[in-house]
Design a protein around this ligand. Sequence first.
Ligand SMILES: Cc1ncc(COP(=O)(O)O)c(C=O)c1O
Length: 404
Amino acid sequence: MAEASTATRRVAAVLTSLEPSATLAVDAAAKQLRQDGVPVISFGAGEPDFPTPDPIVEAAIAACRDPAMHHYTPTAGLPALRAAICAKTSRDSGFDATADRVIVTNGAKHAVFTALTALLDPGDEVLIPSPYWTTYPEVARLVGGKPVAVVTTPASGFLASVADLEAARTERTKVLIFNSPCNPTGSVYPAALVTQIGQWAAANDLWVLCDEIYEHLVFGDTVQTSMPVAVPELEGRAIIVNGVAKTYAMTGWRIGWLIGPTDVIDAATTFQSQVTSNISNISQRAALAALEGDLSAVAEMRAAFDRRRTTMTSMLNAIDGVTCVVPDGAFYCFPDVTGLLGRELSGHRVTTTAELAEALLATAHVATVPGEAFGAPGHLRLSSAISDADLVEGVHRIAQFAAG
Ligand SMILES: Cc1ncc(COP(=O)(O)O)c(C=O)c1O
């Protein structure tokens, strides 16, 4: 069929080809079914199942009462918050920056969008190790870039090597997106590999966009390494994306940020001044209280996620046709379920993981996100940000479904 002409097309082509967020869609479908009275257990959510700690909430209430917070504030963020982001980053990863290198955004998702808008010209290529967070390729495409997936597998612990990345690099490659700990696989790059990849990026004049949103969610002896700290030669070409969502159970408050060279931050601030003005002052004050406080909330959550990853992986690995790598970080399991495809499962014969996720929701009332959303068909993503009891019941239902 001929493409609609500019005059007849109601919605811009760039948006009609944009994929909706699969994770948000699964979450919405699960919530809707629950509202309809179906006892759904959802492994879809990418957010901690804890309330935001009280002192943070109190700071927001105080901000509501402060008339200075009732008006526009600087586009790049409240000065105190930008300073606190620098102090926090220096404390947690060892990366030192000044406040003029920080812009506060509407969540880390918005930081990724802003960073790629600031960096990409049409046709510029973005290397994205796959499985990847579902937003990266869509946003790269949205701003005119070309996402290039670099496939990794369970055999390598879902870690890309320099050779994998080099094989995907072309003259048009501009940015590497580096997410460790990784959503959806939970893989965490060891320090030596972070250094090798960073040195390779620096040697090839690439930019690195380091999404460190899960920095505090690493388990056992695992250590998160910030690439621009390990490879100072990346100075001038490194962007750090982070936020309060996962560390302080603040997904709904929508505060993230990016740290980068001043030319990128200045360009991003000009862009933001035309698009959003400033980010909500109330949320910024809440984020400030979070960053000025200690890390006790995340320590508590980390203990729960650690316990649950062990339970979840051992229960999943006990299901015939399912194998699951034990994640070192974040709060997801990403089992390989190809052994279930093509088999008779509780009256369903599914051939893709998208169909499997649909059948699980309809029949076992368990919501999962199919691997297709992360560039990795054959897998399901299960969040462990769910109560221990629901987690056990939910995986039990999957086991019964697979055995039925
Ligand atoms: C890897 C990664 N980066 C960024 C985000 C977005 O965080 P925020 O809620 O701050 O936008 C998520 C959320 O799921 C994520 O998994």
